[in-house]
Design a binder for this molecule. Structure first.
Ligand code: F0G
Length: 409
């Protein structure tokens, strides 16, 4: 390996680790999560922002701020560069002057996970792993299976039986992952996978507790900065499940702040589904720790999580940015999914629509103002969970071709 331009730091006790000496995701002293840190004194001088402008959008165009050695192979499927839609019809209905929607469903496997996986799987290759693993509510497994296939790695995905959308299962299968269904919830699957990865040499964990994945996902913030020519929004709203993504996006905005490209980072607003909302409950009760939800419930299976692994990072992101955690009902989620599809032509899966549902709710109670410039992140493509739409719509009754004229005139 040539220059090591990053370190790992514990978010609890702030112990530092060299990236060359630690392959874990948690602190050896206090077992809290690790995050990647850089020397911003160096980076402030060396980051070539003008090169960002001249290169096409992608996660890897920000590689000076990514923790993969320059000489290492990058395992890429063309992730990032997703559209930031100016959604004026939706904005009008919601009573917001300026609303953009960042459509992460446009990533190669149809979700934001690809931003993290391109960096995480590149890291797995860099450290010489041959086998990767994750627990998943669906999208992580679909993404990991694809990137592992590209890298020629063995891949195992553990999913909670009967609790993930069909399209996502199919993705993991087609890319050749070993798909294991376990009884119970995602939280049970993740607990076992963490223990297994800790005790098995050479098995590389790619859940969002992996700090390298977070680095890839933080590029979403850089892209928003790029796409809005530096005029970043005042509010960014993100669906929250295991709580990696909101932490990652906040980290991206903090980087921009450190480099001196922005001075007012946005308020981060996290939205959970009401039946699976331990972080929102802790936030609203003013508690500094979450109480896990034992039996999480929601039709938004991607965020059906009772004990989010990155809750501490997420709470900090929300508090440090003067943001909010809120929850929305399944009906509010489904209504938001339809609004976005019908007003803007963007089809997202239910979990993704929670950011739109959250905006509607917070606008109505005055916690987001009509004049605030808002960006909602929508996280995964609607076709991944087509069944939920089909189930909730009236089914068409076939008619004779000769009846068409009568029906349509
Ligand atoms: N939206 C979608 C579509 C997701 O798949 C997920 C998480 C989230 C939002 C929440 O992101 O966990 O970083 O807070 N899906 C994970 C999975 C848990 O296994 O695919 P988060």
């Amino acid at each position: 390996m040539s220059t090591v331009h990053h370190q790992l730091e514990c978010i609890g006790c702030h112990a530092h680790y060299l990236s060359t000496t630690i392959s874990s995701w948690s602190c050896a002293n206090c077992h809290d999560l690790l995050e990647v840190t850089y020397d911003f004194n160096d980076l402030r001088e060396s980051v070539d922002v003008s090169a960002w402008k001249s290169r096409p959008p992608s996660v890897w165009k920000y590689e000076q701020l990514l923790p993969i050695d320059e000489a290492s192979a990058k395992i890429t499927l063309g992730e990032g560069g997703t559209t930031l839609h100016k959604t004026s019809r939706l904005a009008e209905v919601l009573g917001i002057k300026s609303l953009n929607v960042k459509n992460e469903g446009e990533n190669p496997t149809g979700s934001f996970k690809d931003r993290g996986m391109t960096v995480g799987v590149s890291r797995a290759v860099e450290v010489g792993s041959r086998k990767v693993i994750c627990a998943s509510t669906g999208n992580t497994s679909a993404s990991l299976a694809a990137y592992a296939a590209k890298a020629g790695l063995e891949c195992v995905v553990i999913i909670p039986e009967g609790k993930i959308a069909f399209g996502k299962q199919v993705q993991a299968m087609v890319h050749g992952a070993q798909v294991i269904h376990v009884e119970g919830y995602f939280d049970d699957a993740l607990r076992e996978v963490l223990a297994l990865a800790r005790s098995t040499r050479g098995l590389y964990l790619l859940n969002s507790v992996n700090p390298y994945r977070i680095e890839g996902q933080k590029t979403l913030a850089y892209e928003i900065w790029d796409q809005l020519n530096g005029n970043i929004p005042e509010v960014v709203i993100v669906p929250v499940g295991n709580a990696g993504n909101i932490s990652a996006i906040w980290k991206g905005f903090q980087d921009l702040n450190e480099i001196g490209l922005i001075s007012n980072p946005p308020r981060m607003i996290g939205i959970q589904a009401q039946g699976s909302s331990p972080i929102t409950q802790a936030f609203k009760a003013g508690q500094s720790e979450i109480i896990p939800v034992q039996h999480p419930e929601t039709i938004a299976t991607a965020i059906k999580i009772g004990s989010p692994a990155s809750w501490k990072k997420a709470l900090k992101a929300v508090k440090d940015s003067h943001g909010i955690m809120e929850s929305v009902t399944d009906n509010e989620i489904l209504e938001a999914q339809r609004l976005l599809a019908r007003l803007e032509g963007v089809f997202v899966e239910p979990a993704s629509a929670s950011s739109i549902a959250g905006l509607k709710k917070l606008k109505n109670v005055g916690l987001v103002g009509p004049d605030e410039r808002v960006t909602c992140v929508v996280t995964g493509h609607g076709l991944k969970d087509a069944e939920i739409v089909f189930r909730t719509f009236e089914k068409p009754t076939p008619v004779k071709p000769t009846e068409l004229q009568r029906l349509l005139t």
